[in-house]
Design a protein around this ligand. Structure first.
Ligand code: NAD
Length: 253
């Protein structure tokens, strides 16, 4: 899906969380090429500023685990992409409750609060796009990733509920579910899985990440950005409440 229609998003403001790296940075660059004015939100202030400077956007340093600070916020944006995420791997009986809460805050409560903050402006404009970056693990489970799987499944429910509430007011809401994407998150996950499963990193790649893939390679961040930008654009008005998989056939098996 090539989606580089110059100016397609001219006049639109976009906010992307986790925009300093990985999928978020690829997405920020593509949104900017399509004409949007992009706010790059991330806890990594330097990284967010680097991407924002490169694309002529704005940086917003924010720690999404501080959900109390997100309450009462008002956001002025036409496109909201809830993308920031973290991973932690441990068996349920050893999973630290504080880590569980932090992961749910970053990947479920923060998207809810940011959406809540952006909706009044979108409703006033009669147009808006909310895109939640979930995962194949928002559709199927994976051992040792309980908080991640729970948060990403939760995002599917938030997405569908908002789609039903917002459709008649010009606002769409969709989930994007990438398979394993070549980003720093996956690189650290390969190391963690090797430790937890007591196998080598190349075995993790081959037996856990790519064995079920039909295409037999990692997804590239630009491929995810392309799908997100189509959902953010003017041609996707009938796409709402849906769960978009981009996994090289991983969940088809
Ligand atoms: P990444 O680690 O490369 O980037 C994540 C970004 O989120 C970083 O810039 C980080 O600083 C930011 N971030 C983390 N915690 C934050 C917090 N508390 N407040 C603000 N910013 C914070 O990860 P990625 O691979 O680009 O992942 C992006 C999204 O895609 C995540 O939600 C992830 O779960 C999802 N995803 C990734 C993959 C994959 O294989 N990489 C697969 C499916 C879904």
């Amino acid at each position: 899906m090539e989606n580089e229609a110059a100016g397609e998003l001219a006049g639109k403001r976009a906010l992307i969380t986790g925009g300093a790296g990985g999928i978020g940075a690829a997405c920020a660059r593509r949104l900017s090429r399509l004409g949007a004015v992009v706010t790059v939100a991330d806890r990594d202030a330097d990284g967010a500023q680097r991407v924002a400077t490169e694309i002529g956007g704005e940086a917003w340093q924010v720690d999404l685990s501080d959900t109390a600070a997100l309450e009462g916020l008002a956001l002025s944006t036409d496109i909201l992409i809830n993308n920031a995420g973290i991973q932690h791997i441990d068996p349920v009986e050893e999973f630290d409750p504080a880590t569980w809460r932090r992961m749910l805050d970053i990947m479920l409560t923060a998207p809810f609060l940011l959406t809540r903050a952006a909706l009044p402006g979108m409703y006033a404009a009669g147009w808006g796009r909310v895109i939640n970056v979930s995962s194949i693990h928002g559709l199927v489970a994976s051992p040792y990733k309980s908080a991640y799987v729970a948060a990403k499944h939760g995002l599917q429910g938030l997405t569908k509920t908002l789609a039903l509430e917002a459709g008649e007011r010009g606002v769409t809401c969709n989930c994007v579910n990438p398979g394993y994407v070549r980003t720093p998150l996956v690189e650290s996950q390969i190391a963690d899985q090797a430790r937890t499963n007591k196998i080598s990193e190349s075995e993790v790649l081959e037996t856990i990440m790519l064995a079920s893939s039909a295409v037999k390679r990692l997804v590239e961040p630009d491929e995810v950005a392309d799908l997100i930008c189509w959902l953010a654009g003017p041609m996707s008005g009938m796409a709402t409440g849906a769960s978009w998989v981009l996994d090289g056939g991983w969940t088809a098996r």
